[in-house]
Ligand binder design. Structure first.
Ligand code: CO
Length: 156
């Protein structure tokens, strides 16, 4: 294979299935999280424009956020708004404005997935899995080591 060539379609999946290289860790996109200033207005927008309705709402005190989960097939749109000024989402809105905040990927075992990432030298925000919304177990990875995306590992 020359340095310019890329794997043939399906080659990487075939390698993973044959036990060469890491097994796939993500089982599903759990949610796409969007930071908003006005949660009721954002919920109205998704309902009136796309017919997406709220499946779950929760205030996560430890993160200083209120969230609304709108179900799309087996995944969610997670609308996020801060509940206090020192919340990381409040700082995010101040710095970057509304928009895509993070992507939650479903995993079978959050601790094992976190270990797989950190054992390769990539940074995590959470040193250990912790409770998320909907009774999930979650861990966030550092966006600087993930090509600019804040990644959340979500175990149901
Ligand atoms: Co999330």
């Amino acid at each position: 294979m020359s340095p310019m060539s890329v794997p043939a379609p399906g080659q990487e999946a075939a390698q993973a299935a044959s036990g060469q290289g890491p097994q796939p860790v993500f089982t599903e996109i759990d949610h796409v999280a969007i930071a908003v200033n006005d949660l009721p207005a954002a919920i109205d927008y998704y309902r009136e424009t796309f017919g997406a309705v709220v499946d779950h709402r929760e205030v996560v005190e430890s993160d200083g956020v209120e969230e609304a989960l709108l179900k799309v097939a087996e995944s969610y749109i997670q609308l996020l708004t801060p509940t206090r000024e020192d919340s990381p989402v409040a700082k995010y809105l101040e710095r970057k404005g509304e928009g895509l905040h993070h992507i939650g990927y479903r995993v079978a075992d959050c601790a094992a997935a976190l270990e797989q990432v950190t054992s390769q030298g990539f940074r995590a925000i959470d040193a250990a899995p912790r409770p998320g919304s909907r009774g999930t177990t979650v861990a966030f990875l550092h966006p600087k080591d993930a090509f600019g995306t804040l990644i959340e590992l979500v175990q149901e």
